[in-house]
Design a protein around this ligand. Structure first.
Ligand SMILES: CC(C)(COP(=O)(O)OP(=O)(O)OC[C@H]1O[C@@H](n2cnc3c(N)ncnc32)[C@H](O)[C@@H]1OP(=O)(O)O)[C@@H](O)C(=O)NCCC(=O)NCCS
Length: 162
């Protein structure tokens, strides 16, 4: 597997993964009515944002991450990031490799910290992964996410310095 910057031709594969995960409604604050064009604009980042893909030995896109400043101007030294791995390829270390890459690149780009704004509190495998990289839960917005089976659950804001 390699992790590299995403190219325009990677988008169709990223879109399939994102759409399936978003429409499942369990982990992402995703509007099912979101058009492909809007989703693309939100994921395929312009500089200083970046978008990465994880590509397996057969050349298949099996995961992706995006990163960008949480806020513009005086807030631009804190990065945000998003991650998605193909459902059939989870638990193979793709998410861990993407997170490590994103953190290293963010540090190299001069960010001072990374903040995740909306980690669904029932997404325990993701939370365990982020904690293993030193992220901590700063706050939980109560009942901020409507989960299809658990009902209203909290959204964690997770943070670590770089
Ligand atoms: C979160 C996500 C990106 C992790 O990607 P992944 O490729 O499955 O993660 P990894 O294989 O690197 O696993 C990371 C750790 O989580 C554990 N893990 C992964 N999937 C798990 C699962 N379903 N149940 C329990 N533990 C799991 C692994 O044991 C691993 O720990 P280890 O490295 O110490 O062995 C992926 O599950 C995903 O795309 N989820 C849907 C979208 C999402 O939740 N995005 C993040 C929103 S905050």
């Amino acid at each position: 597997m390699v992790i590299r910057e995403a190219k325009a031709e990677d988008w169709p594969a990223i879109w399939l993964i994102l759409k399936e995960e978003g429409n499942a409604g369990e982990t992402l604050t995703w509007d099912p009515a979101r058009t492909e064009a809007r989703a693309r604009a939100g994921w395929m980042r312009e500089p200083p944002g970046r978008t990465f893909v994880a590509v397996d030995d057969g050349g298949n896109v099996i995961g992706s991450a995006d990163t960008h400043p949480v806020h513009p101007g005086p807030g631009a030294h804190v990065a945000n990031a998003g991650f998605v791995v193909h459902p059939a390829r989870r638990g193979e270390g793709v998410g861990r490799a993407l997170c490590r890459h994103v953190l290293d690149q963010a540090r190299a780009d001069g960010y001072r910290a990374m903040q995740f704004n909306a980690v669904v509190e029932t997404n325990t495998s993701a939370i365990r992964l982020w904690r293993s990289f030193g992220f901590q839960v700063l706050a939980t917005i109560p009942q901020a996410f409507r989960h299809p089976t658990h009902g209203y659950v909290g959204l964690h804001i997770m943070y670590r310095t770089l």
